[in-house]
Write a protein that binds this ligand. Sequence first.
Ligand SMILES: Cc1cc2nc3c(=O)[nH]c(=O)nc-3n(C[C@H](O)[C@H](O)[C@H](O)COP(=O)(O)OP(=O)(O)OC[C@H]3O[C@@H](n4cnc5c(N)ncnc54)[C@H](O)[C@@H]3O)c2cc1C
Length: 505
Amino acid sequence: MTEKSIRSVVIVGGGPAGWMAAASLARFLENMNIRIRLVESEQIGTVGVCEATIPPIMDFIRVLGIDENEIIREIKATFKLGIAYRDWTRPGDYFFHPFGPTGFGMGPVSFNAYWLKMFLEGKAARLEEYSMQAVAAEQGRFMRPVHAPSTPLNKITYALHFDASLFARYLRKFAQARGVVRTEGKVQHVALRPEDGFIESVTLENGETIEGDLFIDCSGFRGLLIEETLKTGYEDLTHWLPCDRALAVPSEHAGPPPSYTLVTAREAGWQWRIPLQHRVGNGHVYCSGFMSDDKAREILLANLESKPLNDPLPLRFTTGRRKKAWNKNCVALGLASGFLEPLESTSIHLIHRGIAMLLKFFPDRNFEKADIDRYNKIFEFEFGRVRDFLLLHYTHTEREGPFWEHCRNIQLTDGLQEKIELFRSHGRILREDTELFPVQSWLFVMIGQNIVPHGYDPLADSLDPQKIKANLDDIRAVIRKCAAAMPSHQEFIDKNCSITPPSLV
Ligand SMILES: Cc1cc2nc3c(=O)[nH]c(=O)nc-3n(C[C@H](O)[C@H](O)[C@H](O)COP(=O)(O)OP(=O)(O)OC[C@H]3O[C@@H](n4cnc5c(N)ncnc54)[C@H](O)[C@@H]3O)c2cc1C
């Protein structure tokens, strides 16, 4: 500790972002004698619609030292092996974006290179058949990875579907048990230091003033500190990702849960189906320029697979990001830092990344510009790469109708343009720096949307085609055998982490 060390952190907002930050700081700063206070207002509430995640969430849970089965029970979670896209490329079409690795390399030649060579020659099966996750999901199966070297069971990669409000509640207990002080109340006024415009304190409706050194804005879309107070500015990205509304509705539990998120393309957007242990989450994301709210509601309700439990909840958003996620002594996390539509379930992950980077660049009261600039650069880069990945989903479908035609004409970002050109030439995909989605994700979504390269990596010609064929056949056969030996998703949950007591299962 020095005389410049941070003494107190004030978190405004108690949604997933606020409690993820509180839990992480409480856990990782525990020996630093820092007071952590979180202010939230039940009257304002949380956005409360988030149900799908991606694999790094498991690291978030593990590094906090949380028992995985316990949290899964508490937040009524199910397992997710990827996303199934229905009617996306064109009506009647289907492709799967699985997590985890696919196949394995042969010497210096990657799986992707030799699979593509054979695929272009009509001698390889669909990509999905070489992914353990995709095959298991298709068969309604799930298990965690087991120590079975040289088999795909070794590397099963998964995430969760959960009720984000329960997730936040779980983390609240975790954080409070480690000293985080929660204050119920509405922040009504934010005071700035006259000399440098840094945030000095927040004042609640009841008159209480809370001072802090570092403020974390987790106040949701409004960005109470980062925008309403510090006027940081917002970069609107709707010219790339035009969807701006959603309707969310839970429906009754509908039998054994699939181990994947289902996304179905609609006239002016898409619909999600996310199975939890006790209910199904559904939603319709759409573009208000191409569809009325009434029509969107009608489509959503007409396509539910089980009885709705509530009226659909309407949500509006402007896709984009704060120009600086960290400004002065304020770091924005979650919706306060920006929003990309939930097609690839990335928002919770971006919160996780924000927290990890905050810990990496944890400041003292000098708030060095170099640290802040680097944080903002990384955030902008990673956010931009996720934006590009989402954009890829919209610009290559063959669907008809004004919305999809509009999407096909959206100008690609330079980064995406380059990625596609590189892929089209020889099927190459590069993952840059800390970009989120791995090569396999890009591959599945590009091939799934019929972006087929003109050629393949010439290195694949160094392999004996018969050996490649035998290898591909072998990978498929082993995956099928492994899938057949896996329990069903429901059986796995019942055995390990069911919300129903074992005696009642
Ligand atoms: C339609 C839709 C679907 C989504 N689906 C997914 C998904 O599947 N996967 C995913 O990863 N993400 C998803 N997201 C994003 C996800 O919902 C958010 O990233 C996540 O819930 C985090 O929200 P938050 O904590 O930033 O904000 P919120 O949940 O909105 O919380 C804001 C907090 O700030 C408090 N607050 C606000 N003003 C004040 C004040 N003046 N005083 C005191 N407290 C205040 C509120 O009380 C609340 O506690 C989705 C979002 C939308 C809109």
